[in-house]
Design a binder for this molecule. Structure first.
Ligand code: UD1
Length: 368
């Protein structure tokens, strides 16, 4: 009898995490993977380009549940996923990271009594104003098998009362994908598209609700970025959410202004990784980009007060700047002066995390 493992993905960071796990499981002939795309991210640049870059197979099921409020989006995924889980009756449901699709899938699977594994379990920013933090806390409570990227995530799960034998420190699956792609990505010399040379530019990403939904915060952050861009050109792939908010708040003209801030469409995975790996620094509010900058050793200025990727700060390359423009500029200046460097890569961020996950699943599910 084949063992059926159903993976649920919905948003850009999920795709990056699922790709190596699906690949690692393909080495087990008894394992039949089913891929479900919730449709949370649906633009070509946010979804199908990523699938192609990551070598992900076409989803077996596409729920088309994109957009909407948090409740609307979560509920829509739940309603559309339930019959799919009932039809497939998988032996295990795997969820990734902390997006709304992760939470929705965990809730539906738990109520159907299906076992759940959570990849990237245990991370905490200890900031409940972040929707992702709520998603992490609830998903971890519902999952029966936890794959953690860092030792502090194990501590967080222990504090939440989760039994130690259900927790497996496997490392960071994002590192698997990134380390496998970075040479090809760099060879693309993406920065040339904007007339830039490697090491001669920075990268800005900005999409977190807490930063972009409030016009005052968004405009302060863009002003801070524009000040950094006076020192070094910044390439700014603009997330659809951010573009929408900028248009609503009348901030869109900022992007056309003759500053060093170069707004571009969202990039595919390989283009983004190539851009990041060749940068002098990155300014970001993304969790994934903080982790990725640590993996490629590019100094990171994080536009948030807290991070769930504590290890990236401990490794030396990530500075938590918050949203105050003076602090952002000061942190960027330190990075540009060469005073900030990643002195190490976290343990087990070695490109083999997914293989460890597959080995645990093989034991648990008798994949043989
Ligand atoms: C989501 C995740 C966030 C993750 C991010 C990566 C949650 C709570 N948030 O945030 O953790 O870091 O993905 O990108 O799950 N939109 C489009 N096209 C798309 C996708 C989104 O136009 O392909 C627009 C829509 O207006 C949508 C809005 O962006 O309503 C927000 O998208 P959503 O998926 O809700 O959240 P993200 O900000 O992308």
């Amino acid at each position: 009898m084949p063992v059926k493992i159903l993976h649920v993905v919905g948003a850009r960071p999920n795709f990056v995490k699922a790709a190596p796990v699906l690949r690692a499981l393909a080495a087990y002939p008894r394992c039949r993977s089913v891929l479900v795309h919730t449709g949370q991210h649906y633009d070509r640049e946010m979804s199908s380009v990523l699938f192609a870059d990551l070598g992900l197979p076409d989803p077996d099921e596409h729920l088309g549940a994109g957009g909407g409020t948090h409740a609307g989006q979560t509920a829509e995924v739940m309603v559309r996923l339930e019959p799919v889980l009932l039809a497939h009756r998988p032996d295990l449901v795997v969820v990734f990271g902390d997006v709304n699709s992760t939470l929705a899938a965990a809730l539906v699977a738990a109520k159907l009594g299906l076992p759940i594994a959570h990849v990237e379990a245990g991370l905490r920013s200890f900031d409940r104003t972040m929707p992702e933090e709520i998603n992490r806390v609830v998903t971890d409570l519902l999952a029966g098998l936890h794959f953690t990227p860092t030792a502090d995530a194990d501590d967080n799960l222990r504090s939440a009362g989760i039994a130690a034998d259900r927790v497996h420190l496997v490392g960071n699956v994002m590192a698997d994908t990134l380390l496998g792609a970075v040479a090809e990505a760099r060879a693309r010399r993406v920065c040339r598209r904007w007339g830039l040379d490697e090491g001669g530019y920075g990268v800005l990403t900005l999409h977190r609700a807490g930063n972009v939904d409030d016009p005052a915060t968004l405009s302060a952050l863009l002003a801070a970025a524009a000040r950094v861009a006076e020192r070094i050109p910044l390439v700014f792939p603009v997330h659809p959410r951010t573009r929408l908010r900028m248009a609503e708040s009348g901030l869109a003209p900022l992007l056309g202004a003759p500053t060093g801030l170069c707004a571009v469409e969202p990039l595919g995975y390989l283009d983004f990784v190539g851009l990041l790996a060749g940068a002098r620094l990155v300014l970001t509010d993304s969790g994934g980009v903080q982790a990725e900058s640590t993996i490629v050793g590019v100094p990171c200025v994080t536009l948030r007060e807290r991070t769930e990727w504590v290890v990236t700060v401990e490794c030396g390359g990530n500075q938590l700047a918050g949203t105050d423009p003076d602090r952002v500029l000061a942190c960027a200046e330190r990075a540009l002066a060469g005073a900030v460097a990643c002195h190490s890569r976290p343990p087990l961020w070695d490109g083999r995390a997914a293989k460890r996950i597959a080995a645990v699943l093989a034991r648990e599910l008798g994949l043989g």
